[in-house]
Design a protein around this ligand. Structure first.
Ligand SMILES: [Zn+2]
Length: 204
């Protein structure tokens, strides 16, 4: 007997982060009963994301152009790279108007427990960018967690090996440990960026 498509959909939805079996079933019923084009639009949006969005070859941001719109933007300050864990962190930082540099999305944090090593993250690309000329500062904007701090420490060392005379800074503390950049309000992010720590580049 073939499984009821409603059950199949419920099981697939249950696999989404933070959903689980009960909510998966609730969402499946919702979609079945939904009026209008919503279910079709949702299905199409999922397919389009998979078809058309790829990581920017320069910074790793999900993009529909090569390179992404931020890396192409000639008004951006290309002497600064802000390193973030996930695209959602980048999106949160983009909401503040005070940052005009570029980004690098490494795609997670180093975690021996979860088996995530440097080769599993977009770090090689970052070091290539660091070696290219003209860079003044790398801001390490990993989340304030044990893994985030360990990842930042690792990156600082690798950047130091890859290139001299580049300032490596960290977002200011005051972000409570365990909080996530992607959920922080813009004012707090702006403060954390403005009062970043480490040796800032000489201004001339
Ligand atoms: Zn990019």
């Amino acid at each position: 007997v073939k499984e009821n498509p409603l059950d199949t959909l419920a099981k697939l939805l249950a696999k989404l982060p933070g959903i689980g079996e009960k909510t998966g079933a609730r969402l499946a019923y919702f979609l079945w009963r939904a009026q209008g084009k919503y279910p079709e639009d949702l299905a199409r949006a999922i397919l389009e994301v998979k078809e058309k969005v790829t990581p920017c070859p320069v910074c790793g941001k999900p993009a529909t152009t090569d390179p992404c719109e931020i890396c192409r933007d000639t008004d951006r300050d290309r002497t600064i790279i802000m390193v973030v864990e996930e695209p959602q962190d980048l999106a949160a930082i983009e909401k503040i108007s005070a940052y005009h540099g570029t980004y690098h999305v490494i795609g997670g944090v180093l975690s021996p427990v979860a088996g995530v090593g440097p080769e599993d993250l977009n770090i090689r690309g970052l070091l290539d960018r660091v070696k290219a000329t003209g860079l003044k500062e790398v801001i390490l904007a990993t989340n304030p967690s044990v893994e985030g701090d360990a990842t930042a420490a690792f990156l600082e060392e690798e950047i130091g090996k890859a290139a001299q005379n580049i300032s490596v800074t960290r977002l200011a503390r005051g972000i409570p440990v365990g909080s996530k950049i992607k959920y922080m309000d813009p004012a707090s992010i702006e403060h954390a960026v403005a009062s970043r720590t480490g040796k800032l580049p000489d201004t001339d």
